[in-house]
Design a binder for this molecule. Sequence first.
Ligand SMILES: [Zn+2]
Length: 93
Amino acid sequence: MTSRQIRCKKCGHWNQLNHDDQQCSNCKSPLIEVSASEVASLERRKTAGELTVKILESDAWYTVIFKKIYNAVTLVFISIIAFFLWLFAASPG
Ligand SMILES: [Zn+2]
């Protein structure tokens, strides 16, 4: 088995790298820094498949109503599209 070593950016201590989210054994700072844009990109990829808008606890009442209407319209729209796709697929010729 090959072992990887990574140097701490803060204190310069060499660490044996076993997993990606490891901390420095000397100063406890994260060895592999994840940039803010990377975190945002991961969040975007996580929610990319979701068609509905998430309703948050912190949303104002009018925002909640707007989001609920948007989600309902999206659901109806997808249902209509799915129905027509089924119709074309089921019809002969
Ligand atoms: Zn360190």
